[in-house]
Design a protein around this ligand. Structure first.
Ligand code: BES
Ligand code: MN
Ligand code: ZN
Length: 499
């Protein structure tokens, strides 16, 4: 399915461990040197005090992303890697990040295996660490020719976490693994180029998830079924591309039969050229990431299928490619969405909202308790919030706050923007019910308000992940490329509702 690290648990004493690398996680001290936790006394003794001296000299201060390699004791552990958890009371997110830093260091060395010391970690922290180790070990080697055997560094295949031997730790470990598996799927789909990840790839991925866990039902709609549904908004985007569009619905029923489901919706543009309103060439290649909303839904469904929360969750994605061609939709064209509303296509590059419009109408049939949609919807969200926050939109401030809190826990900070009625003026059309762009001002807000026109009869929050689903720079703890967002937010939201 994907290059995934295999994770193991051990309750052994640090001095009894045989490993090429032992990672140890320490928070920054508020004053002076870090004091060594008791659980490391025996290791320090075996290292003849080298660990204590390193801390006392303040060679290592526990800062975020800070690392320090030490030679291990004569026997057992070959290298000790100190990893900083940063200032303040460490959070699950801090542990996740530190885990990823440690795993990336092991990948660079090519140790093939590692141990992580977490016998002092709370279950919450352990969950973060486990997810982080997998995030840091993740890669997408499929399209590269491997280096010659002699020069090849071993990929990180095994990580063993030294934990306490109790139920809470076991549950946390499994949760971390489940999140890691979901994020790996989202990242893999994101990394795939547009000629490899096609609408059919989402169908396959959904079927694989269903087969692997046996608790997910998959429904697929092609262009003919969409036609019957009257999905003129989605279909007009797909009409310029030779590949058939796909709508994929994945149903997980963990709650009672008539419990209203949580519905997760994702934008799955396998590539967005902009269509006839074509994008400039520089950096257009990044638009292979325009399916990260859909990738996030798939990833979240994998995690949920593993975690088996006692709620009903339905994931729905819409997938196509936005291409200029002889059959492509043109600026000025008017189409009718499945709720009957007509849309004037001002800019064919505002295609995500067209696809989502029909998806949001489609999901009404599930009588949802709540619908969350995630989309790499607007470049404008990068101007508003940069790469540090998911844009959150919705008419129900309490629900938006619930999503924000879930995102914070899941390591994906988000921030609300207003969806005032006044902005709706910008999406009024001269010929149709709506126009698909609202001009430059408040571009992310008018996009959200456009979506809201297709929301009917259920509570809803829109997540604009255009600035956060992938990174154009190496973040240290994560490489350049897909981040896994919005899997963390979706999963945390579902877990909170399940409790
Ligand atoms: N997929 C893009 C949004 C995007 C931009 C994602 C940059 C990631 C990085 C979306 O389909 C788009 O093209 N939006 C337009 C809307 C405009 C034409 C109203 C945009 O943001 O420029
Ligand atoms: Mn676009
Ligand atoms: Zn797009």
């Amino acid at each position: 399915m994907t290059t995934m690290l295999s994770l193991h648990v051990s309750h052994a004493a640090v001095t009894a461990v045989d490993s090429p690398l032992l990672a140890v996680f320490l928070p920054a001290s508020t004053s002076g040197a870090i004091s060594m936790p008791e659980s490391l006394y025996s290791l320090d003794e075996a290292m003849q005090g080298a660990l204590a001296r390193t801390l006392a000299r303040r060679d290592f201060r526990g800062g975020r992303d800070e690392t320090c390699f030490l030679a291990g004791p004569e026997r057992g552990v070959e290298r000790v890697l100190l990893v900083g958890l940063g200032k303040g009371e460490p959070t699950r997110t801090a542990w996740r990040r530190a885990g990823a830093v440690a795993a990336r260091a092991a990948v660079k060395l090519g140790t093939g295996a590692m141990h992580a010391h977490a016998s002092d970690a709370s279950p919450e922290h352990l969950e973060g660490l486990v997810a982080g180790l997998a995030l840091g070990a993740w890669s997408y080697p499929d399209l590269r020719t491997p280096a010659p055997e002699a020069e090849r560094r071993a990929p990180l295949a095994n990580a063993t976490v030294i934990t306490r031997d109790d139920n809470a730790s076991r549950t946390a470990f499994a949760a971390g693994e489940a999140i890691a598996a979901g994020q790996a799927i989202a990242r893999r789909l994101g990394m795939m180029p547009g000629n490899v990840c096609t609408p059919e790839t989402f169908v396959q991925t959904a079927r694989e998830i269903a087969e692997r866990h046996g608790n997910v039902n998959v429904t697929v709609l092609g262009p003919r079924e969409m036609e019957q549904e009257g999905m003129g908004a989605f279909l007009c985007i797909a009409q310029g591309t030779p590949q058939e569009p796909r709508l994929v619905a994945m149903e997980y029923r963990g709650g009672a039969e008539n419990d209203a489901p949580i519905v997760l919706v994702g934008k799955g543009l396998c590539f967005d050229t902009g269509g006839i309103s074509i994008k400039p060439a520089p950096e257009m290649e990044w638009m292979k990431y325009d399916m990260c909303g859909a990738g996030g839904v798939m990833g979240a469904m994998e995690t949920i299928a593993r975690m088996k929360p006692n709620v009903n969750v339905i994931g729905v994605i819409g997938s196509t490619t936005n291409m200029p061609s002889g059959t492509a939709v043109k600026p000025g064209d008017v189409v009718r969405a499945s709720n009957g509303k007509t849309i004037e296509v001002i800019n064919t590059d505002a295609e995500g909202r067209m696809v989502l419009a029909d998806l949001l109408v489609f999901v009404k049939r599930y009588k949802p308790a709540v619908v969350l949609d995630a989309a790499t919807l607007t470049g404008a969200i990068v101007f508003a919030l940069g790469h540090n926050a998911v844009g959150l939109f919705g008419p129900d401030a309490t629900l938006v706050e619930e999503v924000r809190a879930a995102g914070e826990k899941g390591g994906e900070p988000g921030w609300p923007l207003p969806v005032w009625d006044e902005y709706r003026e910008q999406i009024k059309s001269d010929v149709a019910d709506l126009r698909n762009t609202g001009g430059r001002p408040a571009g992310s807000i008018t996009a959200a308000l456009f979506l809201q026109e297709f929301v009917d009869g259920y509570p809803w929050v829109h997540l604009d992940v255009a600035g956060t689903a992938y990174s154009q720079t190496d973040l240290g703890w994560l490489p350049k490329g897909p981040t896994g967002t919005p899997v963390g937010t979706f999963v945390e939201f579902v877990r909170q509702r399940a409790r």
